[in-house]
Write a protein that binds this ligand. Structure first.
Ligand code: SF4
Length: 414
């Protein structure tokens, strides 16, 4: 601490984030990824609020010798971790300190922005080619709210016409980073698949086929993976899917194309996880993912195996950009649209529909989502109890499980 006859201005470095919740404080240095917490410290909490207050110039005057030992230790901690510093005060003039605010370039754009380009925002358009009142696998009725497969429609079997897919995708085909995702109850059942494939051969974009396994017609899969720019994402249910797996991966086409095939194993319990892990050790499969499925009866499985711990959150080490973007939007769901066989479009399947492709354009629907939607914009500042939690800037974005369960503290913290 400098000599005790003079006063100093205390400030935080621009890459340091200070979060307060009541009398608790968290300091996150997004360069060194270090976290320091101060619990039940009203003095430090008040000091941090002032350090983040633009009307106070993001500075607090410190007179060495006047502050208590708690504040003294806090200031030493900031200086030692290169998270903040002191500048000698000359008169009452505050030093110019700038603290970045969470602003994303051109987001949201002005409402009548002449250069509005849907390609700046869209990443995936999922078309559900079919939906069924009988889920492809029994017991997965709510899967489509958790991951993009097994489209369910309690009113019966329906299909989306190929023309509706093409008319709504072709204006955007070729936008860098945009992917067409084809999904449904089980697209190997889709009655107009041959017709659609003819058109898909002319696409510039990548196409991802989301297919439950087992599926109705495995013969179709070879046709799909032979398309240029295609990928396949299997959603494997237990126990049938794992027992049929050897037959799938023994195919000659599989050996040639396996780098473009993902295996998502749908698990509902630790026992299912262990069964899959044992099978995988014999297959040598790469590109394997586990998708927990919430069936409304297995909350304990989620609580014990999926919920975030403090160590998980600390280990995520978000960078400066992520900390800011998470205060404005949901970077997990951002840029995705889901088109149902009825034509209804969702930015997230757990939110109300945005509109319908039969009377609106994708561009119009994207604008509606950007300005008024919750699918792309829901962040932890908007949900309880996260909005009052010390870790709200560090936690991953609100996910589909949380939206579906309407439970946002997917953690053992609060
Ligand atoms: S309450 Fe919300 S913000 Fe806090 S740790 Fe849990 S999930 Fe993250």
């Amino acid at each position: 601490m400098p000599g005790n006859k003079e006063s100093y201005w205390l400030f935080l470095e621009p890459f340091v984030h200070c979060v307060t919740a009541g009398d608790d404080v968290l300091i996150y240095n997004s360069v060194t990824h270090t976290v320091t917490e101060y619990k039940s410290s009203p003095g430090i909490s008040s000091l941090c609020r002032d350090l983040d207050d633009p009307s106070k110039g993001f500075t607090v005057r410190i007179s060495p010798g006047d502050e208590n030992s708690e504040i003294r230790d806090f200031i030493s901690g900031l200086r030692n971790s290169h998270s903040g510093d002191l500048i000698r005060a000359i008169g009452d003039t505050r030093p110019a300190v700038i603290r970045p605010r969470p602003v994303l370039v051109n987001y949201p754009p002005p409402e009548e922005f002449p250069g509005f380009n849907v390609g700046d925002y869209l990443k995936n358009i999922y078309f559900s080619l079919n939906a069924s009142e009988i889920p492809a696998a029994h017991g997965y009725t709510w899967a489509m709210y958790q991951f993009p497969c097994f489209t369910y429609n309690e009113r019966g079997y329906t299909e989306l016409a190929p023309a509706d897919v093409l008319k709504n995708y072709l204006p955007y085909d070729g936008i860098p980073g945009l992917t067409m995702d084809l999904t449904g109850a089980d697209i190997t059942l889709y009655s107009r698949l041959d017709e659609l494939i003819t058109h898909l051969k002319k696409l510039v974009s990548s196409v991802v086929f989301h297919i439950p396994f087992p599926c109705h017609d495995p013969e179709v899969i070879e046709q799909l993976i032979r398309l240029k720019n295609s990928r396949i994402s299997f959603y494997i249910t237990l126990p049938e899917g794992t027992s049929l797996l050897p037959g799938l991966i023994d195919n000659p086409w599989f050996r040639l194309k396996k780098s473009r095939i993902d295996f998502n194993f749908i698990i509902r319990s630790l026992e299912e996880y262990n069964n899959v892990a044992a099978i995988l050790s014999e297959t040598g499969l790469k590109r394997v993912f586990f998708l927990p499925y919430y069936d409304k009866e297995n909350m304990e499985f989620f609580r014990e195996n999926i919920f975030l711990s403090r160590d998980d959150i600390m280990g995520s080490k978000p960078g400066q950009r992520q900390v800011y973007s998470r205060q404005i939007l949901n970077d997990q769901g951002f840029g995705k649209l889901y088109v149902m066989p009825s034509g209804e479009v969702f930015a997230n399947m757990n939110e109300a529909p945005l509109g319908n492709i039969h009377n609106e354009t994708i561009t119009g629907l994207v604008k509606r989502e950007i300005y008024t939607g919750k699918g792309w914009n829901l962040n932890r500042m908007q949900v309880s109890p996260c909005s009052g939690c010390l870790y709200r800037f560090l936690c991953p974005p609100v996910g589909n499980y949380e939206r579906f369960m309407q439970r946002f503290n997917f953690c053992d913290i609060l």
